[in-house]
Ligand binder design. Sequence first.
Ligand code: AMP
Length: 217
Amino acid sequence: MRIILLGAPGAGKGTQASYLTKFFGIPLIATGNILRAAVQAGTKLGLTVKALIDQGSLVPDNVMISLVKERLSEPDCVKGYLLDGFPRTIPQAEALHLADIHIDFVVEIHVPDEEIIKRLCGRRVHSGSGRIYHIHYNPPKISNQDDITAEPLTLREDDKQETVCKRLKVYHAQTEPLRNYYRNQFQNNPASGRYIRVDGAKPIEEVQQVIVSELRK
Ligand code: AMP
């Protein structure tokens, strides 16, 4: 089963991706996580992409395409995978197509922009462990402190309001066109795959159930 998760930053792709990959026993390929790990490790790739991520800009297509193609050629991907955060542009989707990489399902998690801004700008991270909190939805026991270490929490550079608005603008301009790209592809050849759109403003468990039942149809 090869799945692409589509949705604006903050739509809940990460949460659903980790549930779905465990449920179906397939690897998760989350390009944002791969890039952040490279930044943390200070690799050449990390140094190249850090400023782009912090500003909410996209990393160039050629960098992303070779990164993902290499990852998809690893042995654990033979039984399928879930792509979270890729493709994010039409050229990235075309690169998959040209490489004969066939996608079975595209799942779009739709959430209105106002809700996205509330979700992302309220998110706080404990940088040492990666533990994530939210000032409204999942507050730490003591304001702005990690529950385990009591170290201060931080606001990720790309969760700052101005960056979030930029990321949404980039999403609408560059990634949203993938909706019609895949809808048309599946409409022209219904046996090739299916486009599924879910309401991501619903509670997490409800979104999970809807996606799983759609994927099992
Ligand atoms: P994410 O965690 O998926 O929101 O990704 C964080 C950041 O990584 C994005 O804002 C981009 O700067 C970069 N990024 C991740 N995936 C891609 C991609 N497929 N194409 C271009 N940039 C990407």
